[in-house]
Design a binder for this molecule. Structure first.
Ligand code: HEC
Ligand code: HEC
Ligand code: HEC
Ligand code: HEC
Length: 335
């Protein structure tokens, strides 16, 4: 560059570049190192010219990858005093002022020295904001499913039980307290001590896949508890199985029917989720199974005859490779 005169009246093409300046950097992220851009005077730089945005998170501190990248949280969820959404600066005095301003939009706080998030819904068990975790921004993830709200049936292992400080019962393969989720009717649907041991995907079909991995992060920890019942539990000839989040009632779920090809309305139970017993009006058992009883094998109890007026569906009681669960087969066995 020779003798460029930067006075606007002398030279309209002001084309020099600045380098090594903090203001044009990615803000010295912990764990990623400082990278300074070399913008051209008179040019323009977009939001992602100095640091990443929602789709490019490789230049910001690593936990951005999960939060702004995978989960697609808008920047203002955590930087609400600096930006609106992910592309507009709302307070220039806070942006590029040498200070990483963290202000959580939906409540909770961030400790500048501890780097811990406290009282945030996303790190809670989603029950009335209890069970808050206080993860630190510079901790490595990922967390196991039982970190925030307890987990999968398969999480019920001696090692995971020790991790939560529980007592492991090797005979029955269960931990006290449970490692798996056990709020409301979860206990009876996914608990290791019961026959069912359903995967989350049966009822949270758009959030979790059949292997227990989150299949759509934009639905998980997004502020809404999404219950979408797997279509394999439809009863032929009736509306799709559904859950009403206001009344907390499940309707048209095969598992709550009498298992016949032509159930009467009253044979398709509409259980209420907060009812700990899982099913309403279930016949009482003479000797209820104790919590940790070894469950009887399901294959031995499938019905071969139907009650008068009902017919057993043709073919094996297996759909999509999964053993179906006729209510009539279970009602005498399960409390
Ligand atoms: C010229 C470089 C540059 C550009 C362009 C830029 N930023 Fe920044 N930004 C920084 C630096 C450096 C920081 C580090 C924190 C500080 O010093 O305030 C930062 C911090 C932030 C933060 C963290 C909150 C804070 O106050 O520290 C957010 C959010 C942010 N920028 C959003 C944006 C958005 C949205 C745009 C586009 C409208 C944008 N940035 C454009 C350099 C830039
Ligand atoms: C889940 C919360 C969260 C979200 C969402 C989030 N950030 Fe941050 N960000 C933080 C925290 C916490 C820090 C402070 C790190 C520290 O103090 O070391 C930070 C720091 C920064 C910094 C300073 C450099 C660094 O990485 O430490 C920039 C720049 C930044 N954020 C930009 C953004 C932009 C742009 C977005 C949206 C694309 C965004 N952030 C979304 C929590 C978040
Ligand atoms: C960082 C905390 C955290 C971790 C770790 C976590 N979850 Fe969640 N999860 C939540 C919160 C908070 C909710 C509350 C509902 C919402 O806001 O979406 C939730 C809701 C759910 C739901 C209910 C359906 C829905 O869409 O709301 C399922 C199913 C679920 N999580 C499965 C999992 C699985 C499987 C794992 C492990 C792979 C896991 N979670 C790990 C915080 C977490
Ligand atoms: C039989 C259906 C069913 C299965 C299987 C199921 N859930 Fe749920 N889940 C629900 C219902 C119904 C709600 C209540 C939503 C509401 O509050 O309206 C719920 C709510 C939740 C919530 C919100 C917090 C709470 O405790 O209510 C989380 C977290 C959750 N489920 C995680 C899971 C995980 C993890 C699995 C798999 C291990 C799982 N669920 C399996 C039906 C189910």
């Amino acid at each position: 560059m020779t003798n460029i005169n930067y006075l606007p009246s002398q030279n309209k093409d002001r084309n020099g570049t600045c380098s090594g300046i903090y203001c044009h950097s990615n803000g010295s992220p912990d764990g990623r190192g400082t990278v300074s851009g070399t913008p051209t005077w008179g040019g323009s730089v977009t939001c992602t010219g100095c640091h990443g945005g929602n789709s490019d998170t490789s230049s910001m501190s690593p936990r951005h990858d999960k939060h702004a990248g995978d989960y697609q949280y808008q920047c203002d969820k955590c930087h609400s005093a600096t930006v609106t959404g992910s592309t507009a600066i709302s307070d220039r005095n806070r942006h590029v002022d040498g200070q990483k301003d963290v202000a959580l939009k939906e409540g909770g706080s961030f400790g500048d020295s501890t780097k811990q998030c406290t009282n945030t819904y996303c790190h809670s068990n989603a029950l009335g904001r209890q069970g808050f975790r206080t993860p630190a921004w510079n901790e490595a993830g990922p967390y196991k499913c039982f970190y925030c709200h307890k987990g999968l049936t398969s999480d019920s292992t001696a090692a995971n039980c020790a991790e939560i400080g529980g007592v492991w019962d090797s005979e029955h393969g269960a931990c006290t307290p449970f490692v798996n989720i056990s709020t409301n009717a979860h206990a009876k649907h996914v608990g290791p001590q019961w026959i069912r041991k359903y995967p989350c995907s049966y009822c949270h079909n758009q959030t979790v896949d059949a292997t227990g991995s989150i299949k759509d992060m934009t639905r998980h920890a997004d502020g809404s508890k999404q219950v979408v019942i797997d279509s394999q539990w439809a009863i032929d000839g009736r509306p799709a199985p559904s859950y009403n989040s206001d009344s907390k009632i499940c309707s048209n779920v095969y598992c709550h029917s009498d298992g016949t090809a032509n159930p009467l309305d009253e044979e398709v139970k509409q259980p209420n989720w907060p009812n700990k017993d899982g099913h309403v009006a279930m016949p009482a058992m003479a000797t209820p199974l104790p919590e940790h009883a070894t469950p009887p094998a399901v294959t031995t109890v499938l019905p071969t005859t139907a009650e008068p007026g009902r017919s057993i569906p043709a073919g094996p009681q297996v759909r999509n490779g999964v053993l179906r669960c006729p209510y009539s087969a279970m009602k005498d066995l399960v409390k």
